[in-house]
Design a protein around this ligand. Structure first.
Ligand code: DON
Length: 309
């Protein structure tokens, strides 16, 4: 058992809480600016056990970049590994998540990996469906299945707020369309992408997502297969190499588990064969990762010996 002691987990949250005042809530998507700077919460999902939580776990927040892992899983299942990587690379960038620079300098022109915005937009363009409604429904059902929560839905306010202000993502899409990295209607791709990013979850939902990845795509409680092992393997590998963007190397040293962050302050972690962890704290560092969330994970990684390295 990873964490039997509720008080211990609460003490780690209390210890990390002052970091919430040192970060900054994302405001480039206007609706995200309303988040409570002081919030910090964690859930641990250990199969067959009680889901341990501490902090403000009642808060809901949007997946943002965490959705990139889930969209990738759907695209891999839809069209297969070979076809996905014809459009998107496999290498970390060392650049910020919304950087446009390597789209022009990297030859042949394709986004370096599916975790940066350019790569994630290209992944979203590969999701199958006869129209956007059907594509979103497929993605949403997949997320509801993984979270085991049929109430998970899109926060329309956040989706619209991002769609109305996505000038940089829009420009990357048009650039990629020009260079035949993506086909299809750019506004439709952006609509689906902003909705996938605006799927609203709790820490507990995130922890359960992490647990499904930790158990190679199987429901950790029932052993039912939700997606193929190979899809889980590819996703977890990207989480290690690119999941925390240009902080992925430092995170691998200090925490050492596959993880994916989002600008709403969520971090989803999969500790292989053991547990899933969901974190929420919206005050971010300059690289767009939850500041207190990362500090809390560092503490937990040491206390529970989580590093896979
Ligand atoms: O595309 C965007 O900019 C956002 N919807 C998601 C970015 C994000 O979450 C980066 N994460 N740290």
């Amino acid at each position: 058992m990873i964490c039997e002691n509720q008080q211990e987990l609460e003490s780690y949250v209390a210890h990390a809480r002052h970091w919430t005042q040192k970060g900054k809530v994302a405001d480039y998507i206007p609706a995200l600016a309303k988040a409570n700077q002081a919030a910090l919460a964690v859930s641990i999902y250990e199969p067959g056990k009680h889901c341990f939580s501490a902090g403000e776990v009642e808060h809901k927040f949007t997946l943002q970049s965490i959705s990139k892992v889930l969209a990738l899983a759907v695209a891999l299942e839809d069209i297969g590994e070979e076809a996905v990587f014809e459009h998107i690379g496999m290498e970390p960038t060392g650049d910020p998540f919304n950087s446009i620079i390597k789209l022009e300098t990297y030859k042949p022109s394709k986004p370096l990996n599916p975790m940066i915005n350019a790569g994630a937009l290209a992944v979203t363009s590969l999701i199958r469906g006869s129209n956007n409604h059907e594509r979103l429904e497929r993605l949403l059902h997949f997320i509801q299945d993984i979270t085991n929560n049929s109430n998970v839905k899109v926060c329309e306010e956040v989706a619209q707020s991002e769609f109305d202000t996505s000038f940089l993502n829009r420009s990357m899409c048009y650039y990629m369309k020009q260079h035949n990295v993506i086909s299809g209607d750019v506004e439709e791709i952006l609509e689906l992408y902003t909705k996938q990013c605006a799927v609203e979850v709790s820490c507990r939902d995130l922890a359960r997502i992490g647990a499904v990845f930790a158990f190679d795509g199987k429901d950790p409680d029932t052993d039912r297969r939700i997606f193929p092992t190979n899809v889980a393997r590819i996703c977890k590998t990207f989480m290690v190499t690119c999941g925390m963007y240009n902080a992925s190397g430092e995170f691998a040293i200090k925490v050492g588990i596959p993880a994916k962050s989002g600008v709403s302050g969520g971090i989803m972690c999969a500790v292989p064969g053991r547990i899933g962890i969901g974190i929420f704290s919206p005050a971010l560092d300059e690289k767009g990762n939850s500041l207190a969330g990362m500090r809390l994970l560092e503490k937990m990684a040491k206390a529970y010996d989580l590093s896979m390295f």
